[in-house]
Write a protein that binds this ligand. Structure first.
Ligand SMILES: Nc1ncnc2c1ncn2[C@@H]1O[C@H](COP(=O)(O)OP(=O)(O)OP(=O)(O)O)[C@@H](O)[C@H]1O
Length: 239
C-alpha cells in the first residue's frame, strides 16, 4: 500500500508553509524527505499521519483506504510514557489495543537496538540516544504497512546510527516508509527515492531515485554521487 498526496496546503493565517503539494509514494518504497529547518517537513509528516489537518488537499492510501490506523508514526519527541518500563513502552500499542503483547518480538527488537540490559528501566534512567532507540523499537514493533519517522536517528552516535539504520532497512524492506532526515548520508544509504522540500511556500524538487538495494554502503558509487548531488542542491538553495 502506497500513499497519494494531492494538492496539499498548509497555512497559518497569511503564512503559507506549502500549497499545491502533490506526490505519490509507491507501495514498498523507502523515501527520505530532506529540507532546511522550518520548511514544513514535520508538518507534512503529521498531516500524512492524520495528526494535523491540512488547510486543503488530501492524503489517501493507493488502495483507496484511509491512512490513519494503518501507520506507525515516530515523531521528533520520543513520547515514552515515564511510568512504563522500556519493554512496556515498546509494547504500548498492543496494550492500548487491549491485545496480549508479543514479548518475544519486543525482546528481539530491544536486543537489536542494544538495550537488553535496560529492558526494565524507566525512561528517566535512559540517555537521549537510548530513549530514541526505544522509540524506534516501539515503531518497528507495530509491523505496519506504512511507517513515518521524523529524524529517528538524530540522537545516535555514528556507529549506533549505522547499525540501527541497517535494522530499520531490514525490518521495513516490505513497508512503505517516509523518513525525515537532515543527514545526506543517511538519506542516500536508506532512500530509494529522495524528496527535497524547499522555499516558502515550499515546493518539492523532482524526486531523485537512487538505484541499488538498501541499506547501501557509504562507499558505493551511487551513494557518493547522490550525496554530492544533494550537497550541491543544498548549496544552490542557500545562495
Ligand atoms: N501552530 C503553528 N502556528 C504557526 N506556525 C506554525 C505552527 N506550526 C508550525 N508552524 C510553522 O510552520 C513551519 C514548518 O514547521 P515544521 O516543524 O513542519 O518544519 P520542519 O521542516 O520540520 O523543521 P525542522 O527541520 O526544524 O524540524 C515553521 O515555519 C513553523 O514556524
Amino acid at each position: 500500500m502506497g500513499i497519494r498526496v494531492r494538492d496539499l496546503a498548509l497555512r497559518f493565517h497569511r503564512h503559507v508553509i506549502f500549497e499545491n503539494l502533490s506526490f505519490d509514494i509507491e507501495p514498498g518504497q523507502f523515501v527520505a524527505l530532506l529540507g532546511s529547518s522550518g520548511v514544513g517537513k514535520s508538518s507534512l509528516l503529521k498531516i500524512i499521519a492524520g495528526l494535523q489537518s491540512p488547510s486543503a488537499g488530501s492524503v489517501t492510501a493507493t488502495d483507496g483506504g484511509p491512512v490513519p490506523g494503518r501507520i506507525a508514526y515516530m515523531g521528533q519527541q520520543d513520547l515514552l510514557y515515564p511510568w512504563l518500563t522500556l519493554r512496556q513502552n515498546v509494547t504500548l500499542g498492543a496494550r492500548l489495543r487491549g491485545e496480549k503483547p508479543d514479548l518475544d518480538w519486543a525482546d528481539h527488537l530491544i536486543e537489536r537496538v542494544g538495550l537488553t540490559k535496560r529492558r526494565d528501566a524507566l525512561p528517566m534512567m535512559l540517555s537521549g540516544g537510548m530513549r530514541q532507540r526505544a522509540a524506534i523499537a516501539r515503531t518497528l514493533y507495530e509491523r505496519k504497512q506504512i511507517v513515518l519517522m521524523d529524524e529517528p536517528f538524530s540522537a545516535l552516535d555514528a556507529i549506533t546510527r549505522a547499525s540501527v539504520q541497517d535494522l530499520a532497512a531490514e525490518l521495513l524492506a516490505d513497508a512503505t516508509a517516509l523518513l525525515i532526515t537532515h543527514d545526506p548520508m543517511e538519506a542516500c544509504r536508506l532512500g530509494k527515492v529522495l524528496l527535497v522540500l524547499s522555499g516558502g511556500p515550499a515546493k518539492l524538487d523532482a524526486p531523485m531515485v537512487i538505484p541499488g538495494a538498501i541499506p547501501r554502503h557509504q562507499d558505493e558509487p551511487h551513494v557518493v554521487a547522490a550525496q554530492a548531488a544533494l550537497l550541491r542542491r543544498f548549496q544552490e538553495l542557500q545562495s
